[in-house]
Design a protein around this ligand. Structure first.
Ligand SMILES: [Zn+2]
Length: 253
């Protein structure tokens, strides 16, 4: 940490965000990455909407799976889970799942979504997670970070303003699945809701696989809570949009 240099740009307080746009590459990422924080924030009165970028069609190990059925199942699993977490609205881009996301298109569509919904915070997977090999995650995270940085500038994706969708500056971006956390949300009370929300995704995690995932997440949340005066935390990286361009210490702040 470099508190002196990092002090030039304060880290925003995620829990003060009244409206949050959560962006996930796949159905189930918001629950695993930040489900308990989302439940905590909706409980405090924040409005959380969730955008899923892909259609979930690659989420199977079964060669003969019915893909249309899988897509429908994953959507209904997300609807049930969103209800548990208090997510107000679900949005879907329906890009084909599986590593071929067109970066510029999703960046433009996320920019437009930010301008339309005007959230104070964007919550998305961290594209700078070392060893993350799934490009749906890397592209979604980077597109959302870049869209958050530039959505306030009218000359970026100018067609939006011509259609009356005006620029909007978000106050902060919060990254889940991060290796550089700076915000530890006490989620002791809402942890149960996160696990229930994960259970909704039976097409992805059932039986031993689901139990192992929940055990891992709980052990990590307990370990990250040590010394913080609570039992369970979710660890996030929260930055202002000012941190997201030529601020060399951002990863340390
Ligand atoms: Zn994913």
């Amino acid at each position: 940490m470099k508190p002196g240099i990092c002090g030039f740009l304060p880290i925003p307080d995620l829990l003060k965000a009244k409206s949050v746009l959560c962006i996930q590459p796949h159905s189930d990422d918001m629950e695993i990455g930040a489900g308990a924080t989302i439940a905590h924030m909706t409980g405090l009165g924040s409005s959380v909407k969730c955008l899923t970028v892909t259609d979930g069609s690659a989420g199977t190990c079964n060669l003969s799976a019915n893909i249309e059925q899988l897509k429908a199942t994953r959507r209904s699993e997300t609807e049930r889970s969103a209800e548990i977490l208090g997510v107000k609205e679900l949005l879907w881009f329906d890009y084909a799942d599986g590593g071929n996301l067109p970066y510029e298109s999703i960046r433009a569509e996320i920019t437009r979504t930010i301008r339309r919904l005007r959230p104070s915070a964007v919550l998305v997977c961290d594209p700078w997670l070392p060893y993350e090999a799934h490009s749906d995650h890397n592209r979604t995270g980077l597109a959302a970070a870049e869209a958050s940085l530039l959505a306030g500038m009218p000359k970026f994706c100018p067609a939006d303003s011509e259609e009356g969708i005006m620029p909007h500056k978000v106050d902060m971006v919060a990254f889940y699945y991060t290796a550089y956390p700076n915000t530890f949300v006490d989620v002791t009370v809402t942890w149960k809701l996160k696990l229930e929300a994960i259970d909704c995704h039976a097409s992805q995690f059932s039986g031993k696989k689901g139990e192992k995932l929940k055990q891992y997440l709980t052990a990590r949340a307990r370990e990250q809570a040590a010394g913080r005066g609570c039992d369970l935390v979710e660890a996030l990286k929260v930055l202002s949009v000012g941190h997201l361009h030529i601020f060399e210490e951002a990863w340390q702040c």
